[in-house]
Design a protein around this ligand. Structure first.
Ligand code: SF4
Length: 101
């Protein structure tokens, strides 16, 4: 893993840890649509998602746990052509709560 240090001397990981996330239980804002074999784009999300929300299961399919999602949109863009995910913003009051500074 690449360690990146911010001008404050804090690691980016330490700064991200200060954010808070409110889970909308039972209503994930991103869904992976049912599939037998993921496209390369979908599979790549197991490495590309900065929040580590995507994982490959034992059947080789890709699953998402949207808790901790930073709403960066990377997965939405990467699968725009394959249409393998359903992406929405979380309902008001849920999702990431950024702490700036
Ligand atoms: S929007 Fe960004 S942080 Fe959220 S699941 Fe997609 S890639 Fe991960």
């Amino acid at each position: 893993m690449i360690e990146t240090t911010h001008a404050t001397g804090m690691k980016v990981e330490e700064k991200l840890f200060q954010n808070r996330y409110l889970v909308d239980a039972g209503r994930p804002h991103i869904k992976v649509l049912p599939h037998d074999k993921p496209s390369k784009a979908l599979l790549a999300l197991t490495h590309a998602c900065p929040a580590g929300c995507y994982a490959e299961n034992e059947r080789g399919q890709v699953e998402i746990t949207a808790d901790g999602c930073m709403e960066c949109g990377t997965c939405r863009i990467m699968t725009a052509k394959t249409g393998e995910i359903e992406w929405n913003y979380p309902r008001g009051g849920f999702g990431i709560l950024y702490k700036f500074g």
